[in-house]
Design a binder for this molecule. Sequence first.
Ligand SMILES: Cc1ncc(COP(=O)(O)O)c(C=O)c1O
Length: 414
Amino acid sequence: MLFLAGSKPLLHFRPPSKRIPSWKPAGNGPQHMKGSTLLRKNYIYAPGPVSVPPQVLAATAKPIIHHRSADFDPLFKKVSEGLKYIFQTKNPVVTFASSGTGAMEAAIVSTASPGDHVISLESGKFGERWGELSQAYGFDVDRVQFEWGYGPDPNKVAELLKARPDTKAVYIELCETSTGTVSDVKAVAEITRNTDTLLIVDAVSGLCADELRSDEWGVDLVGTGSQKGVMLPPGLGFVSVSAKAQEAIKKSKCPKFYFSLAKALKELEKNTTPFTPAVNLIFGLEVALDMIQAEGIENVWARHARLAEGSRQAMKAINCTLFSKAPANTVTTVNVPDDVDGSKIVKTLKEMGVIIAGGQGHLKGKIFRFATLGYYNEFDVITIVDAVEQALAKLGHKFDRGAGVNAAQKYFAG
Ligand SMILES: Cc1ncc(COP(=O)(O)O)c(C=O)c1O
């Protein structure tokens, strides 16, 4: 006890308890790991948002700077130049504080007018988004359907454009994330590049994972989001804009305000943005772009190709078949084996702390999807393959335990 002269005790020190106190974890602690003694760790293998490199995360935590200041402009100039490299273009790349859909919306509302004829190539959930966006803005949209798991047929595009040379734009996916399928953007660009029709590519998931050479192939607008191959948290949308697209922007009468490429391009010339940018994500973007430049975009594509092939070989080795007929390097899609309840795979992995994605639309319960997109390497493939093996074994699938991990290791060693 502590006494001051002539007063009551102020503090009362209790002797320490002999018992170790019980401790309850806060938040989503081990309750998700029911029955397990493993340390709870999160493993993200969904096709976005993806894991973010620690140095990128650390950069996003830097003290904020004002965006109308001499500090911001050189930073924005640097990242806008760096973005050109990953889009493989000499043309400007605009940055929005938005998700990837914002980038897609900006690309179409800035280049077309209500009533314009456009072609939306749809072979999955995200292709459908082009059609939905076009309808929302009153375009005369031809929503061309292709079987899910196949990329759009370039011959069909040639045929459609021959019949409607007045087509304002063709909309396509680089990677259709819902089916894990890569489109032949190069072949479609060959059809549009010497016409008045724009080619607009949704590369939200595909950029940095599946090859895309915007200028060399003649692609006009490419949209993406920060939370995938660019290795950032969600919150930035990017659009590259060709010279042909810049001409179309001058003529566009589509209603728009925030998602105006005209406004954004004007401000980009002064190394700034029309509205408040997501400053701390831009700090992270600088580091992420430095990392991609240091590795080299071709090496980044090659790494994704290698990880995806290792994943595919692993899945075949555990008696699973692949869904896509033109598999992307962005995400691996696997048919649910007949001996397993497809509705339980994603949930079982989640209970182990491993996040993957299930099927969308009519593929719900029929496929599962996992990605090693962005900040991932061979060890990550081994981890996700082992996790999938554990989950499938728990759910009663018959296969040689370890065959998937073995196949991936063999592929990587070779
Ligand atoms: C191909 C594709 N397009 C568009 C989107 C939508 O992006 P966001 O959720 O960032 O708006 C996604 C998201 O997964 C995607 O994979």
